[in-house]
Ligand binder design. Structure first.
Ligand code: ACM
Length: 270
């Protein structure tokens, strides 16, 4: 599978420009799965509920999902991209999967970060694995990485590649993802953004770039710089993610002892 990310600097509120940037990046490339950043079409720093309401879209019939589906059809490839979703009376920080067949699936971010909690409802889709023509793809969004349960839940359901749209501002994710991949023996593609947003007094958000593709053995096989727009694609041997064996005695999944982890599924923490 040829898979990768498109890291760029979305302009807040300018969906047309941001979608065009993606469409231009796709010209002439050979890729089966491309991951785009979280909120790639709108930008990140919302400042009011009105703004969220104006920029959020229904899925799958909103303009952004339709644009992604049509690009996926045109180029015969899959894309995972983050966008602001409107559903009922709620707004979600969501990601869609589109493919040659059009819209394939939706994920709503489980663990909201910082001021996202002012605007968005915590996701209710759970972590689902999508069986695609190129293999089983799991989705999580940005801050979900800090909860090891996210990737574990996807890996236990058979995900071989984790698509990870992000808008990272803290520095830790790029160095943590190799361990997340090693502990689950899966590939992960983190598509972050570049640039800054300061749409209100005081809070300047500086995005850390450094999108990357990591292999099940923890090797970083592609890594973008902090500042520059980058399109990177690597050849993933996704069937290596089927092998959870460590040595003749140890298997990462068969050796699990869920009965020892009961506290993980309790509702209350001390
Ligand atoms: C984040 O979840 N956007 C840091």
């Amino acid at each position: 599978m040829k898979a990768g990310f498109y890291q760029f600097n979305p302009v807040f509120g300018n969906k047309k420009k941001n979608i065009t940037s993606v469409a231009n990046a796709l010209k002439g490339i050979d890729v089966d799965l491309l991951v785009l950043p979280e909120f790639f079409a709108t930008g990140y720093q919302f400042t009011s509920m009105e703004e969220v309401g104006y920029l959020a879209e229904t899925i799958p019939d909103g303009e952004t999902t339709e644009a992604l589906a049509s690009l996926s059809k045109k180029y015969g490839m899959y894309m995972v991209a983050g966008l602001a979703e409107r559903f009922d009376k709620h707004y979600y920080n969501s990601a869609v999967l589109t493919g040659p067949e059009g819209f394939v699936g939706l994920y709503r971010k489980t663990h909201l970060f910082f001021e996202e909690k002012l605007w968005f409802t915590p996701g209710n889709t759970g972590f689902n694995v999508f069986q695609t023509g190129i293999g089983p793809v799991g989705i999580m969004i940005c801050f979900d990485w800090l909860f090891p349960e996210s990737m574990r839940t996807l890996a236990l359901q058979g995900a071989q590649v984790i698509a990870h749209p992000a808008n990272l501002v803290l520095p830790h994710c790029p160095s943590a993802m190799p361990i997340r991949c090693l502990e689950n023996k899966v590939y992960a593609i983190t598509a972050n953004r570049t640039g800054r947003e300061q749409r209100k007094e005081g809070s300047c958000l500086e995005f850390i770039g450094k999108s990357q593709i990591v292999a099940p053995d923890s090797t970083i096989i592609a890594k973008a710089p902090k500042k520059w727009t980058s399109l990177m694609i690597a050849d993933l041997k996704i069937d290596t993610a089927l092998n959870k064996s460590i040595n003749q005695y140890n298997d990462l999944f068969k050796d699990r002892r869920p009965e020892m982890y009961q506290v993980l599924v309790e509702q209350e923490t001390k």
